[in-house]
Design a protein. Structure first.
Length: 240
C-alpha cells in the first residue's frame, strides 16, 4: 500500500501527464524500449498529451554520422509508432566533444525521415555558426536551445517548431527558476510561437520571415526535484 501523499510508481505518469502537457522520454537514450512500453505510455495519458522521445545514443555517439542509418532505423522501428498522435519531436543529442563537420552532419540530417519532427541538440561551440543554422533550416530540423552553463546557446528558429531545454533549475527556489525568470521564459516562448527568436537570447544565423511555430519547453537536469514545479509555473505564466 502506498503511503498517504506518495503515488505508487505505476501511477506516476498518469499523474504527471495531467499536471503538464508534454514529457521528454529520456530512457530511450540508454536502452531500446519495447512496443508494449510505448503502447502503455500512450494509454496512460490524456488524448492531447505529447511525448518527446530522445533517440538512442548509438544513433549519434559515433565518429562518422553518415554511417548511422542502421541505428536510426532500429531506433525508429522499436515501437515509436505505438504512441500514435501523441508522438512529438524526436531529440537527437550529440556528445559535447562532437564537432561540426558540415559534410558529415548534412549526411546525417539527410537520413532522418519525414514526417517525424527532428530536434538536434549539439553541445560543441563549433556548431555556433551561420553554416549550421542554414543546414538545419534546409532539413527543417529544430536546433535545440539549451539554457546551460557551458553548452552553446542558439535561439534560432529553423523548423516549424522550437525545442528548448532549460537546465539550470536551483534547489533553493521552489519553482526551480525564480518567478522573474519564469516570466522571462514565458515571454521567450511567446516569441518562438510567433516564429521569432527572442530578443534576449543569442542566435547564430540570420533571421527568416516569421511563421507560427509550436513550442516545446522542458526543464531538464539542474535541481531535478524542482523541474515539475518549474514546468507548472511556466504553464501558468503562459495562460491568457
Amino acid at each position: 500500500m502506498a503511503r498517504r501523499g506518495v503515488l505508487p510508481k505505476t501511477r506516476e505518469l498518469e499523474y504527471a501527464s495531467r499536471a503538464v502537457t508534454t514529457i521528454e522520454i529520456n530512457g530511450t537514450y540508454y536502452s531500446t524500449q519495447k512496443p508494449t512500453s510505448f503502447r502503455k505510455w500512450a494509454a496512460e495519458t490524456p488524448d492531447d498529451f505529447v511525448f518527446a522521445v530522445k533517440a538512442h545514443r548509438l544513433t549519434t555517439n559515433r565518429k562518422i554520422l553518415a554511417e548511422a542509418k542502421p541505428s536510426i532505423d532500429m531506433f525508429l522501428g522499436s515501437g515509436l509508432s505505438e504512441l500514435g498522435k501523441k508522438l512529438g519531436p524526436i531529440l537527437w543529442q550529440f556528445a559535447p566533444t562532437k564537432k561540426f563537420e558540415p559534410e558529415d552532419f548534412e549526411a546525417f540530417l539527410a537520413l532522418l525521415p519525414k514526417p517525424y519532427r527532428h530536434a538536434i541538440e549539439v553541445r560543441h561551440e563549433s556548431f555556433k555558426t551561420p553554416a549550421f543554422v542554414a543546414l538545419a533550416r534546409k532539413y527543417r530540423a529544430a536546433i535545440v536551445y539549451a539554457h546551460h552553463e557551458t553548452y552553446p546557446e542558439m535561439a534560432d528558429v529553423t523548423a516549424d517548431f522550437v525545442y528548448a531545454r532549460l537546465q539550470q533549475s536551483a534547489a533553493k527556489t521552489a519553482t526551480g527558476y525564480s518567478p522573474a525568470a519564469i516570466k522571462t521564459w514565458a515571454e521567450a516562448a511567446r516569441s518562438w510561437a510567433e516564429g521569432k527568436a527572442p530578443k534576449t537570447l543569442p542566435v547564430a544565423g540570420k533571421a527568416e520571415k516569421p511563421a507560427g511555430t509550436d513550442v516545446f519547453v522542458y526543464f531538464i537536469a539542474g535541481a531535478k526535484e524542482r523541474n515539475p514545479a518549474a514546468a507548472q509555473a511556466l504553464l501558468k505564466a503562459l495562460k491568457p
